[in-house]
Design a protein around this ligand. Structure first.
Ligand SMILES: C[S@@+](CC[C@H](N)C(=O)[O-])C[C@H]1O[C@@H](n2cnc3c(N)ncnc32)[C@H](O)[C@@H]1O
Length: 223
């Protein structure tokens, strides 16, 4: 059955088919989050972790290798195929689902943790709120979320066509043209206000010989 998706003109579908934008290593802040919450390898075999917007699978493979029950959910069909291919190649096990972008085919209170690494930011504001609510539904009480999203301090902010407040259609960067929503601390606090233990960190680096800034928020919350 064909899934009706929020993101029909998904830019990544195109990039993945061309063999581009395929990360080989997990993001170091994802590793930090996992090591902090689940340091004991022996206890991982019953811990379920979902990578929402898993791309071509770098975190799904990392989670499977690290001994978790790994899950991936992705709107891009090509991303799902490439994630499965990578898992097969490395003889790793994980469940990977193609989703519509707003709902996830898992029961309430199912996951111990959910990762979203640069995924929410590629959606419009009302969708971001819906995805966060869906994440809350499928996360166990006491479960943890990791989120990495673009900050307004990034040089791309206001760099394209304005779609709504703080959301732009940006044409001139590596992973574009695509929609990018830029966050600030106040918005993040509101987005995750139904969670506890909210920690918001910020990272910034320069590129192009310091000509441009790449800025992200890293958010950890607990249900
Ligand atoms: C910048 S890439 C990041 C991929 C992956 N998280 C990583 O860190 O390698 C953004 C990914 O999110 C996916 N995506 C965007 N919106 C989504 C949504 N609402 N639900 C699921 N996947 C989504 C895109 O198809 C793309 O694969």
């Amino acid at each position: 059955m064909k899934i009706k998706k929020i993101n029909q003109n998904n830019r990544w579908e195109e990039l993945y088919k061309k063999g581009q934008y395929q990360g080989s290593y997990p993001n170091e802040d994802v590793i930090r989050f996992i090591q902090h919450h689940f340091p004991d390898r022996e206890k991982r075999k019953n811990i379920k972790i979902l990578d929402w917007g898993c791309g071509t699978g770098r975190h799904v493979c990392y989670l499977a290798k690290e001994g978790f029950l790994a899950y991936g959910a992705e709107v891009s069909e090509a991303g799902v195929k490439l994630t499965k291919k990578w898992l097969n190649k490395e003889k790793l096990k994980a469940k990977v689902d193609e989703i519509d972008g707003l709902t996830a085919p898992y029961r309430d209170n199912f996951f111990d943790a959910i990762i979203e690494c640069a995924v929410l930011q590629h959606n419009e504001k009302n969708q971001i709120n819906e995805i966060a609510a869906e994440m809350k539904r499928i996360l166990k009480p006491g479960g943890h979320i990791f989120s990495l999203c673009k900050a307004k301090q990034d040089s791309l902010f206001k760099g394209g066509m304005r779609l709504e407040k703080d959301t732009f259609y940006i044409k001139n960067s590596v992973e574009t043209p695509t929609i990018i929503h830029f966050f600030d601390r106040k918005e993040l606090k509101l987005l995750w206000h139904e969670f506890t233990d909210i920690k918001i960190e910020y990272t910034e680096r320069t590129i192009n010989n310091m000509a441009k800034k790449v800025a992200h928020y890293i958010v950890w919350v607990t249900k």
